[in-house]
Design a protein around this ligand. Structure first.
Ligand code: FES
Ligand code: FES
Length: 153
């Protein structure tokens, strides 16, 4: 048994130690907001937060997650400023990459409450979006920064 802390809940799962966290989230816990894209740590679709840091769950063995705090897109409340800004700026197109984008943005705003465009591009650039929503992602992040006066959360 492996004990996980997911979205504030302690959960035990019975899976092989090297199972990717992504599969545990999607198949064992039915947290299907986290998406499978490349499966190789490249696209960022599978991004979750681990102890606040954006982490590629497709290449993260579940056994390394014991004692860590995992947050998926389902763990971010609908009232979270980043989720609200995403809706108001109509960031999503197909939406597939957006759970990972939102979590990466939330982490960025925690560390850089008022990021510049360069900082946004640097922090978010590895989260790929085939629909090209990057300009709206920037706008939404700037909106959160201005609403929270640089508070980020
Ligand atoms: S699915 Fe994990 S980085 Fe692409
Ligand atoms: S919104 Fe379609 S891939 Fe990003």
């Amino acid at each position: 048994m492996i004990t996980l802390d997911v979205n504030g809940k302690k959960i035990e799962v019975s899976v092989a130690a090297d199972t990717p966290l992504l599969w545990v989230l999607r198949e064992e816990l039915q947290l299907t907001g986290t998406k499978f894209g490349c499966g190789e740590g490249i696209c960022g679709a599978c991004t979750v937060l681990v102890d606040g840091d954006p982490t590629r769950s497709c290449v993260t063995p579940v056994e390394t997650m014991q004692g860590r705090k995992i947050v998926t897109i389902e763990g971010l409340p609908d009232t979270h400023p980043v989720k609200r800004a995403w809706l108001e700026q109509e960031v999503s197109q197909c939406g597939y990459c957006q759970p990972g984008q939102i979590l990466a943005a939330a982490a960025l705003l925690q560390s850089r409450p008022a990021p510049t465009d360069t900082e946004i591009d640097s922090a978010m650039g590895d989260n790929l979006c085939r629909c090209g929503t990057y300009p709206r992602i920037r706008k939404a992040i700037h909106q959160v920064a201005s609403e929270t006066k640089g508070g980020g959360k």
